[in-house]
Design a protein around this ligand. Structure first.
Ligand SMILES: [Zn+2]
Length: 247
């Protein structure tokens, strides 16, 4: 299986904290942590307990993710046109699940499909959703962005993107439809989706095909997607590029 090149490198301050040599035993004594006030046997020179140090490290890593949007998205495989931040005017909803706040979706239910005409902001929403999740959850490390047609080509040649699509913690399967024009090609897609559904592995799908068309092309794929959320995107919800300077 391909190494995850997009596994995040640790920011320098995190490495420095990890590499600080432990002090010799006997120099520990019970003191109050400067931050939480709990009593700990802290080595001389250390004012903060391990729990608070960990919280600080995690906060630093999340901050690092907020400051490195562009690099993180490139590692995921997001195309250049989608790197600048986009503002979503209004998030669509799944009428079957009106209680689910789409912009906070984190894999429950396992799949989220943005379905709508080209130019309605499906891809932008998928990127913003994945990036927002990355910026609040350190346990999310392996995110892969793959176009439907690219996945099929790679699977047929037994190349890496297919393995990435199976192994990603969060997969964005972009533009399901174009380039998929035979039953055997659709079976590659449906097999991937069925396996991810069995593992409840979070997956975002974008497609301009209607559910009826998807059913007629490949009923197993449509069946998998209807097991998750289906959000129809419309012109009015079109996203616009933020004027903020991309990082
Ligand atoms: Zn503490």
């Amino acid at each position: 299986m391909e190494n995850f090149k997009h596994l995040l490198p640790a920011p320098p301050e995190v490495l420095a904290a990890l590499l600080t040599p432990p002090l010799p035993p006997g120099e520990d004594r019970f003191r109050e942590c400067k931050l939480c006030g709990e009593e700990w046997a802290l080595p001389v020179g250390l004012e903060i307990c391990p729990k608070c140090q960990m919280a600080r490290t995690e906060a630093a890593m999340l901050r690092w993710r907020q400051e490195h949007r562009r690099g993180l998205l490139v590692q995921m495989g997001v195309p250049y046109r989608l790197l600048p931040p986009a503002e979503v005017a209004a998030w669509p909803q799944d009428p079957q699940h009106p209680d689910v706040e789409i912009q906070r979706w984190q894999g429950d239910p396992w799949c989220l499909t943005f379905q709508g005409a080209p130019g309605t902001g499906k891809s932008e929403m998928a990127v913003e959703l994945a990036y927002a999740w990355l910026c609040r959850d350190l346990s999310l490390e392996r995110v892969a962005w793959i176009r439907g047609a690219q996945l099929v080509g790679a699977a047929l040649r037994r190349e890496a993107p297919a393995a990435r699509a199976y192994a990603a913690q969060l997969l964005i399967l972009e533009d399901l439809g174009p380039g998929l024009n035979s039953g055997s090609v659709w079976s590659i897609v449906s097999e991937l989706l069925a396996q991810r559904r069995d593992r409840q592995a979070p997956t975002i799908v974008t497609t301009s095909l209607s559910l009826t068309t998807l059913k007629s092309r490949n009923s197993r794929t449509a069946h998998c997607l209807t097991d998750g959320l289906i959000c129809e995107t419309k012109r009015a919800e079109r996203t616009k590029r933020s004027r903020r300077k991309p990082q």
